[in-house]
Design a protein around this ligand. Structure first.
Ligand SMILES: Nc1ncnc2c1ncn2[C@@H]1O[C@H](COP(=O)(O)OP(=O)(O)O)[C@@H](O)[C@H]1O
Ligand SMILES: [Mg+2]
Length: 270
């Protein structure tokens, strides 16, 4: 696909529905400024990579969007309406689902139970609402199939599955609530090469399901491979945004490290 445009605008020609907007979002932890006046827009059908050094504010940004942390100032809008994402549940109701790095899978439970963890389907009220295993298994199969995640048996404990399969099940869990926006925190960390490829394919499938995807990653190669747009954070601020095909690896690294910043006047020894 020829994608290099002459002007360096980060906006592609056609764009899906605007799902989420952050304007001027700041967050302090005591004296630490974790987020400073961050503006961000996330669209349907787009994979956005979120990169930056340790302490740049990536996790805090994801937590603010997923209702785990609350901004001290600024506005969050979902579908154009200002919202307060007080809890992860509130974020989920707003169509936002987050897959954390630790995946929070229960190794002793099978794929079906893990996909439905905390959102189990119950049977008829008259029958005392036992878990509706049949419906859960069918629905779990549907979401895992939609991601092309293959597990040999839906009813063996997930503890023995590969890293890629486990990531698939964690993403499958996210899809049960049919979110419009999926946030992934370091999905390829600690994976081998073939499993990394598997997970990048999962991300592409989320996009082809017309969801918005925000991926945090330390691995710039992964991000460059999968992201339509890359947002760079440094010291709590959003410092750059690059559309696919409109940056070099060097641009990315320079934005992350601040290598191209003008030296401050007080730094006379430069
Ligand atoms: N719960 C917390 N309490 C105090 N400081 C925090 C907390 N969470 C993050 N921070 C600080 O906020 C800054 C941004 O952290 P974080 O969002 O985790 O960055 P990243 O994910 O990019 O590594 C860092 O200086 C970090 O030490
Ligand atoms: Mg982090």
């Amino acid at each position: 696909m020829p994608e290099v445009a002459a002007d360096a605008s980060a906006v592609p020609a056609t764009r899906g529905e605007l799902l989420l907007e952050l304007s001027g979002v700041s967050k302090y932890f005591g004296g630490v400024r974790a987020l400073h006046e961050v503006d961000l827009e996330l669209y349907r059908g787009e994979v956005v990579g979120l990169v930056g050094d340790n302490g740049a504010g990536k996790s805090t940004l994801v937590k603010v969007i997923s209702g785990v942390e609350h901004p001290d100032s600024g506005e969050i809008r979902v579908g154009g309406e200002p919202v307060r994402l007080e809890t992860p549940r509130a974020a989920q109701s707003a169509g936002i689902h987050t897959v954390y790095q630790d995946l929070s899978l229960c190794d002793n439970l099978d794929a079906v139970r893990n996909v439905f963890l905390g959102q189990e389907l119950t049977g008829s009220l008259l029958r005392g609402r036992p878990l509706d295993r049949h419906r859960m298994e069918a629905a779990a199969r549907t979401v895992l199939d939609s991601l092309a995640v293959r597990v040999r048996s839906m009813s063996t404990p997930v503890g023995g599955l590969s890293g890629g399969q486990r990531q698939g099940i964690a993403i499958g869990r996210a899809l049960i609530s049919d979110p419009s926006l999926v946030l992934l925190d370091e999905p390829t960390a600690a994976l081998g090469v073939s499993q990394r490829t598997e997970v990048l394919e999962l991300i592409v499938r989320l996009r082809s399901q017309n969801r918005g995807v925000l991926v945090i990653s330390h691995d710039l190669k992964d991000v460059q491979e999968v992201a339509d747009r890359i947002v760079v954070m440094r010291l709590g601020s959003k410092v750059a945004e690059f559309a696919r095909g409109q940056y070099s690896s060097g641009d990315l690294v320079a934005a992350i490290t601040g290598a191209h910043d003008a030296p401050r006047p007080s730094e006379g020894d430069r």
